[in-house]
Ligand binder design. Structure first.
Ligand code: LLP
Length: 430
């Protein structure tokens, strides 16, 4: 499994292991489908950032949206991570995980008044604002709560991140941020508002960026902008470059080289008296997780082979939503060299319910286990109950220890919160 985090996923005696735990054993004890995460891989990925930035003022704020399980947030908080949130619910999760609200930045293009009040009352570090209206809203809420809100304004540097159109965000045509040309005026007005302390400039140009040059180009543009604001007498302390570093999903692909990227970024900010903030999500958790699934059966239709598994698009939406590629690895290493092409699909009633099309795979049979790789980011986070399917369990492996960090949902969970109206609707007699 070359695209998953170095040593966390290995074959031992022809069987796939997560750290020191056999995935066959996990499937037997916890059932499938199951998300399995390696604790060591998460910590290692986080430290790639922390270690590279150790000699500059910085804060790595993990993007909660990538995987918001409170055990993972707790693990990252213990490693010293801050958090990037995009909703009141994510703040609630950070707090439930024992995260420090002072380490939280609140991003997102549409924050409600209630979310702003909640964040202010918990004393979050800062807001990344996306419109003048929002800055005004935060100012009013801060005044009402007799506090001061630190803000950055998310500027749009008009750099093409060269990624999937759904996850590219840094062009003028996108809904995100404020055009860098127009932003200076907003900074001037924001600085004059009560309850507002202008602290920094933020940007985020997209996600799954394999070539980090566009990120560095965005940094150049934002740094020039910061100099301009400082020249006008504004105090700018932080540069938040967002998330976006891409990971290898395909065997043989190279993920963004984090250390090299950060070295180049550090050169740019050296001597500028700035705190560098980053909001990585995918690059912290993606290759630390797999979706473990079992083959239900194999069928041929008009000469095409379908491997039907017990996980589906409701568990991992990425292939259906972005035509995303995930490697699929048999948990038991096949003895036989024979390979044949097959579609790997789930049981949901949609043709979009697939994990792979025309994939070269060993001959599989009912009961075989498969690991859908690099599923730790935007996997469970995007899961739903579509087709009334209980969501999978999430398991955290630490060496030979396996902890359930989210139990498998039950049928009762499916209807929790629903009710049948007590007043019957009138049905006229015919
Ligand atoms: N900061 C902001 C403001 C963001 O919008 C995002 C991701 C991040 C940080 C984290 O980016 P990362 O380091 O994870 O690339 N569901 C999609 C990805 C959506 C990304 C949305 N924003 C997927 O599965 O590929």
């Amino acid at each position: 499994m070359p695209q998953t985090s170095q040593s966390s996923w290995t074959y031992r005696d022809e069987e796939l292991f997560c750290e020191d735990t056999s995935l066959t054993r996990i499937a037997a004890s916890h059932g499938t489908p199951a998300y399995v995460y390696s604790k060591a891989a998460i910590a290692r990925n986080f430290h790639a950032y922390e270690d590279a930035l150790a000699d500059v003022p910085h804060r790595v704020c993990y993007a909660v949206k990538a995987n918001s399980n409170i055990a993972i947030l707790n693990l990252l908080a213990a490693q010293g991570a801050g958090f990037d949130i995009v909703s009141g619910g994510e703040l609630y999760r950070v707090l439930a995980a024992g995260g420090d609200p002072h380490s939280v930045v609140f991003s997102g293009v549409g924050k409600t008044a209630a979310e702003i009040r909640f964040a202010l009352s918990k004393g979050i570090h800062s807001f990344n604002c996306e419109s003048e209206y929002e800055v005004g809203q935060i100012s009013r809420a801060a005044v009402a709560l007799n506090t001061t809100a630190s803000i950055a304004i998310r500027v749009n540097p008009d750099v093409n991140a060269a990624t999937h159109p759904y996850i590219s965000t840094g062009l003028r045509s996108h809904k995100f941020g404020i055009d860098i040309e127009a932003a200076a005026e907003l900074y001037r007005r924001a600085a004059a508002l009560p309850g507002i302390a202008v602290e920094g400039v933020s940007c985020h140009i997209g996600s799954q960026i394999l070539d980090t040059n566009p990120l560095l180009e965005a940094a150049d543009r934002v740094l020039a902008f910061i100099e301009r604001l400082r020249g006008e007498g504004l105090t700018i302390r932080t540069l938040d470059l967002g998330g976006g570093a891409g990971v290898a999903y395909r065997s043989g692909e190279q993920g963004a080289h984090i250390t090299e990227f950060l070295e180049r970024l550090k050169e740019k900010i050296q001597g500028r008296d700035l705190v560098l903030m980053l909001e990585p999500g995918r690059s912290i958790v993606a290759n630390a997780g797999v979706l473990l699934t079992r083959v239900l059966h194999v069928k041929e239709n008009a000469g095409k082979r379908f491997v039907i598994v017990d996980a589906a698009m409701n568990d991992l939406l990425r292939p259906a939503l972005y035509q995303a590629y995930h490697e699929i690895t048999p948990v038991e290493r096949p003895r036989d060299e024979t390979r044949c092409q097959a579609d790997v699909v789930g049981p949901v009633c949609e043709s979009g319910d697939f994990f792979a099309h025309n994939r070269e795979l060993p001959l599989l049979k009912p009961g075989d286990l498969l690991a859908i790789e690099t599923a730790g980011a935007y996997g469970f986070a995007l899961a739903s109950n579509y087709n009334a399917r209980p969501r999978a369990c999430e398991l955290l492996v630490d060496g030979a220890d396996v902890q359930t960090i989210r139990r498998r949902e039950t049928y009762e969970d499916l209807i929790r919160g629903e009710s049948i109206p007590t007043v019957q609707t009138f049905v006229p007699e015919i």
